[in-house]
Design a protein around this ligand. Structure first.
Ligand SMILES: O=C(O)CCC(=O)C(=O)O
Ligand SMILES: [Fe+2]
Length: 326
């Protein structure tokens, strides 16, 4: 299909000559992510406290949980996946062009042109969209759908962040003051069927650069998370959204909450689609540990982005929070 990025051509040498890279281990166990029903937040104090407790425990132990009764209509979520499919099925030459749909330069990404080993290479493509770009998208149905979904998940992200912050003693107004709707990102992911799926990741292991991520996925499956030295597969649930803690909550909570490593494996047979909302602060917002002594030094979102971009450029890996350890 002429929609596919030229993965094989770009990575011909790596695919022939894997430099001792090992196979991706598919025989991982499935893990049941805690499934939290958010309707209990408005069911009286006792139910609310129980619900918050479950969320806090999941954020502390796993850094991942799922939510249902989250208030985002199934229709919006399904429309998003439908729109994504149409978007990604456009010719590669169109997608890669500067200003495609009036999106900012570098919104469309595929593979990892800096990869020197197969293990640094992601067999996937994505539109990484700044929220400020959405009103200018030159495709009516895509614009309307992305506007609807971002508005809905932004409210959910803020509520969850406020609840988790309160538990570690951070004033909940922090998010109102430091995370304007325009600071966040929406990422549309597509994992094409991959003939080398035992050798190449769909998305390389990483942690997310944000406070928290809200992920919706189709039913193909492929997300895996790292816990206690092992990888676990997450079974898709059509009614649930996946929430994961990002680097900034780990830093702000002084490591009470975990920004867990995760990855996506691809399938030989089917394409997979997912959409992630990264809840981020404004560029100059300061991320500071909530208790003394702090584990990490204070840093701004801008500084973190500059450091991780530099590290990716130089090493193929974002390195992340360990750069800011005191
Ligand atoms: O597609 C997935 O399951 C994971 C996506 C992800 O981790 C990301 O976009 O950061
Ligand atoms: Fe991620």
């Amino acid at each position: 299909m002429d929609c596919e990025p030229p993965f094989e051509e770009a990575y011909k040498t790596l695919l022939k000559n894997p430099y001792g890279d090992s196979e991706v281990d598919y025989s991982v166990e499935e893990c049941e992510l805690p499934l939290i029903n958010l309707s209990r937040l408005s069911c009286g104090q006792r139910e609310r406290d129980k619900c918050i407790n479950e969320m806090v425990n999941a954020a502390r132990n796993l850094g991942f949980f799922q939510v249902v009764s989250h208030g985002i209509s199934k229709e919006i979520l399904k429309n998003m996946i439908y729109e994504q499919k149409n978007l990604f099925h456009q010719p590669f030459q169109k997608k890669v062009k500067d200003g495609f749909l009036n999106l900012s330069t570098n919104s469309y990404r595929w593979g990892n042109l800096k990869a020197t080993r197969l293990s640094q290479f992601s067999w996937s493509e994505a539109f990484h969209i700044a929220i400020t770009d959405i009103p200018g998208i030159k495709d009516d149905t895509l614009r309307v759908t992305t506007e609807k979904i971002t508005k809905a998940v932004a409210g959910l992200a803020k509520s969850l962040a406020e609840i988790l912050a309160q538990y570690v003693g951070v004033r909940s107004s922090y998010f109102q003051e430091n995370c304007p709707a325009t600071g966040s990102y929406l990422r549309l992911n597509r994992y094409p069927p991959c003939p080398y799926s035992s050798k190449v990741f769909g998305l390389i292991p990483h942690t997310d650069t944000d406070f928290l991520t809200i992920l919706y996925q189709d039913q193909v499956g492929g997300l895996q998370l790292f816990k206690d030295g092992r990888w676990f597969a997450v079974r898709p649930d059509p009614d649930a959204l996946i929430i994961n803690i990002g680097d900034f909550f780990q830093a702000m909570s002084n490591c009470v909450y975990k920004s867990s490593k995760h990855r996506a494996v691809s399938s030989q047979a089917s394409e997979r689609l997912s959409v992630a909302y990264f809840y981020c602060p404004s560029d100059d917002a300061i991320i500071r540990g909530c208790s003394r002594p702090p584990v990490y030094r204070d840093f701004s979102f801008k500084e973190y982005k500059q450091q991780t971009n530099k590290d990716v450029e130089e090493t193929g890996d974002k390195v992340g929070l360990s750069r800011f350890l005191l």
